[in-house]
Design a protein around this ligand. Structure first.
Ligand code: SIN
Length: 328
C-alpha cells in the first residue's frame, strides 16, 4: 500500500510520525525513531538552554488518553543542532520543533537550525505548560509579528503547530495570518490545554505542575483534532498541507484524519504508551483499512470523498466503493 506523502517538497515514505514531545527528547529516543517505521523524526520542542521541565508527576495516562504538563524538557538548541546532521543517516525527513519562552528565543533558534539543516521546522506556538506564559497561537497579532521575524531568518521551510480552536471565527482569523505569512504546513492540534483530571480517592489532581492544569491528549481529544483539521481544510484545501495530530490510536483513526484533510498524521499518547513499535502496527492497520475500502493509497481518500464528505443525504448513499454514509 502506498502510504507516502509530501509536505513542502519533502517526501515521506509513510505519512506517519511522532508528535513533538512523545519520546523525542534524547539522542537515544531520536535514534530509536530513526530506526523505527516512523515516516520522519520529529524532535522535542527546543529552547536556547537545556531544560529539566516541570516537576513530577507531569504525565499521567488516564482513561481515554493522557494529561501532561511537561514544561518543555529538552537538550537546548546547541545539542540538537549537533544531533540533527547525524540523524540524516536514517534517510527519512528530520523535523525540528522550535519553541521559546520569549520572542528572541525563537529568533536565536531559527539561526541555530538554519545551520543544522533539518528538512522542515515546526514552530511550536501552542505549548500550554509554561507557568505564566501564554499560548501565543491564541494571540493572532503576536503570532503574525513573531512568524514574520522568524521568516526573515529561516532559510528552511517552516510550519506552525497550533493549539485547538473552538470557534470558526478563530479558524478563519488564524488562517488569514498563516496565509499572509505563507507557512509551509500547519500541525493541528497541540494538546487541549489547561484541563484538569482529578483522583477522587486521593482527593487531589493527578499531575503536580500548575496546580494540576495540563494538556489533554489521546483518544479523548480525537473529535477536537478532527474538527480542527477539517476546519482548516475547508479554508485552504490542499494549498497549505495539514498534519493531523490528536487521538490516533489505530489505523482507522489515521484514515479519519486523512478523510478530514490531513496530509500526514502524528502520534503522541499511544507512542508514549506503546513505544516506537506502534508505527509498525499503525502502518499495518491503516493499509488494511485502505485495502478494505478500495483505496490505492493513503492520500487518495482525501480526494475521492471530497464531493460528499461533510454533507448529509436524506438516506443512506453509496458515495465510493465500500464507503457508506449512514443515518441514524
Ligand atoms: C510540554 O513540554 O509541556 C509539552 C509541549 C507542548 O505542549 O507543546
Amino acid at each position: 500500500m502506498d502510504l507516502s506523502t509530501s509536505i513542502a517538497g519533502v517526501t515521506f515514505r509513510v505519512g506517519l510520525m511522532n508528535a513533538s514531545g512523545a519520546l523525542c527528547v534524547t539522542q537515544a529516543e531520536l535514534e530509536a525513531l530513526g530506526g523505527s517505521d516512523a515516516g520522519a523524526i520529529v524532535t522535542k520542542s527546543m529552547t536556547p538552554l537545556a531544560r529539566e521541565g516541570n516537576p513530577h508527576p507531569r504525565y499521567v495516562a488516564i482513561d481515554g488518553g493522557s494529561i501532561n504538563s511537561m514544561g518543555l524538557p529538552n537538550l537546548g538548541f546547541p545539542a540538537y543542532a549537533k544531533l540533527i546532521p547525524d540523524l540524516k543517516r536514517f534517510e527519512k525527513p528530520v523535523v525540528a520543533s522550535l519553541a521559546g519562552l520569549q520572542p528572541d528565543d525563537f529568533l536565536e533558534g531559527a539561526k541555530a537550525l538554519n545551520a543544522a539543516g533539518p528538512d522542515l521546522i515546526e514552530v511550536n506556538l501552542s505549548c500550554p505548560n509554561i507557568p505564566g506564559k501564554p499560548q501565543i497561537g491564541y494571540d493572532f497579532e503576536e503570532t503574525e509579528r513573531l512568524l514574520r521575524a522568524i521568516q526573515n531568518i529561516l532559510t528552511i521551510p517552516f510550519g506552525i503547530k497550533l493549539p485547538p480552536y473552538f470557534d470558526p471565527i478563530h479558524h478563519q482569523k488564524i488562517a488569514d495570518v498563516l496565509q499572509r505569512i505563507g507557512v509551509a504546513f500547519v500541525t493541528v492540534i497541540n494538546s487541549v490545554g489547561n484541563t484538569l483530571v482529578v483522583d477522587p480517592e486521593q482527593e487531589r489532581v493527578v499531575i503536580k505542575p500548575k496546580g494540576g492544569f495540563g494538556g489533554l491528549g489521546g483518544r479523548i481529544i480525537k473529535p477536537v483534532a478532527l474538527a480542527n483539521v477539517r476546519a482548516f481544510w475547508k479554508i485552504w484545501g490542499d494549498r497549505i498541507p495539514i498534519i493531523g495530530t490528536g487521538g490516533v490510536e489505530n489505523g482507522t483513526d489515521i484514515f479519519e484524519h486523512v478523510l478530514c484533510g490531513a496530509a500526514a498524521v502524528q502520534i503522541g499518547t499511544v507512542l508514549v504508551e506503546e513505544g516506537v513499535g506502534v508505527f509498525t502496527r499503525l502502518e499495518r492497520e491503516v493499509s488494511k483499512c485502505l485495502q478494505r475500502k478500495g483505496y490505492p493509497s493513503l492520500m487518495a481518500c482525501r480526494w475521492h470523498v471530497e464531493g460528499n464528505f461533510g454533507r448529509w443525504t436524506d438516506r443512506s448513499s453509496k458515495i465510493q466503493k465500500g464507503f457508506t454514509v449512514r443515518l441514524w
